[in-house]
Design a binder for this molecule. Structure first.
Ligand code: G6P
Length: 364
């Protein structure tokens, strides 16, 4: 692996820019056109075992936890298996019921994060089946797991994760499709998702070409002391990850809320000095999200929407290409990586090595 910056000023910028190729890699050789499914060679889970899964529990930390949240919604949506994600350390310390019909999935870029590794070891000691969704081949978590899916994002150097987040979510889409096609997902739906997956690299490139506009928006919002990120259902983990990215590298305080929870408290914070980034896909929840933007406007809040079409309630809209509803979160996060990047750059931050943070936390 080469650690050359390849003409970019930071590793983060290089890694953001590499995402179309990275997604191409995670898909390569795995799609089965004939049966509208995918092959995942390292899964170690036969069809009968896959049918016996009653629940899926996904464990990770930081950005990998957020990728796992989207993974859970993909698995629940496509394979119709109840699924959720939880921070690995929380899971470990609450003495969870370990259930033989639950499939546990550990998510980690490095494969070395102590909290995740310790959760995997505890699960294995109790006889659970644990898969890994891991980037670094041969890492501790990959070795400890019973099987899994490699993310193939390539080396990620910047402390904050970008291309690996995107690839991890795509790896979960592959796993969800695979489990779905063993269970009740139809051939037609399998085809629909495969076509959506194939479109991703080109659509990612299209988003990246909008960088100059996003840079201008970053200049516009960089004076904020604090920012709110909202999304609903599939959009909520996108909001969480975008807010994490912004605080990690720009040190601007940010919080993420489900759009529907605004009225139960955080609406009190909305005023011109606290802008909101709203994730607004054109799906069945579009009208609900528009109503939330209206609430914010009524309190004189500034809004930057990430959407599939211009949003008149928003002060600015970043338009991203539409994919299948299930796959939209993969694309909607990408412009917000660039927004965090250009905000941090405008503020003169040390982007690849933010203060107080480490690329992988291998101690408790
Ligand atoms: C650290 C990094 C985060 C990362 C988290 C999990 O806290 O600063 O960017 O998301 O670890 O890392 P992993 O390698 O397990 O995905």
């Amino acid at each position: 692996a080469s650690y050359d910056m390849g003409g970019h000023d930071t590793y983060m910028h290089k890694e953001i820019s590499e995402q179309a190729d990275a997604v191409d890699r995670v898909l390569r050789g795995r799609i089965d056109e004939k049966f509208s499914t995918v092959h995942l060679g390292g899964l170690n889970l036969d069809a009968r075992e896959a049918r016996g899964i009653r629940r899926v529990k996904i464990l990770g930390c930081g950005t990998s936890y957020h990728a796992g949240m989207i993974g859970a919604s993909l698995i629940e949506g496509l394979a119709r298996i109840p699924a959720d994600a939880e921070p690995a350390s929380e899971f470990r310390y609450r003495n969870p019921v370990v259930d033989p019909d639950t499939l546990y999935i550990a998510v980690s870029q490095s494969g070395e994060t102590y909290d995740v590794l310790a959760a995997v070891q505890e699960l294995k000691r109790k006889g659970a089946r644990v898969l890994g969704v891991v980037n670094v081949v041969g890492s501790a978590i990959a070795r400890e797991a019973d099987g899994g899916v490699y993310v193939h994002a390539g080396p990620e150097v910047c402390v904050v994760s970008t291309k690996c987040f995107t690839n991890t979510v795509v790896a979960f889409a592959l796993l969800a499709l695979h489990l779905g096609r063993i269970r009740d997902l139809s051939v037609a739906d399998g085809k629909r998702i495969i076509e959506g997956l194939r479109k991703l690299p080109e659509q990612i490139q299209e988003i990246l070409e909008g960088e100059e506009d996003i840079k201008k928006l970053a200049a516009e919002y960089a004076d904020a002391k604090s920012m709110m990120f909202i999304g609903r259902v599939r959009g909520y983990p996108v909001a969480l990850e975008a807010s994490l990215k912004l605080k990690e590298i720009s040190y601007i305080h940010a919080e993420a809320y489900p759009a529907s929870e605004l009225k139960h408290g955080p609406l009190a914070l909305i005023e011109p000095a606290m802008p909101t980034v709203a994730i607004v896909p054109s799906d069945g929840l579009l009208e609900k999200n528009r109503a939330a933007m209206e609430e914010i406007k009524a309190r004189s809040g500034r809004i930057l929407a990430v959407a599939h079409q211009a949003q008149e309630k928003a002060d600015h809209t970043i338009i991203v290409p539409k994919n299948e509803d299930e796959l939209d979160p993969i694309l909607m996060g990408i412009p917000l990586q660039l927004l965090a990047y250009h905000t941090a750059l405008a503020l003169g931050r040390d982007i690849d090595k933010p203060r107080n943070l480490a690329k992988s936390v291998t101690v408790e």
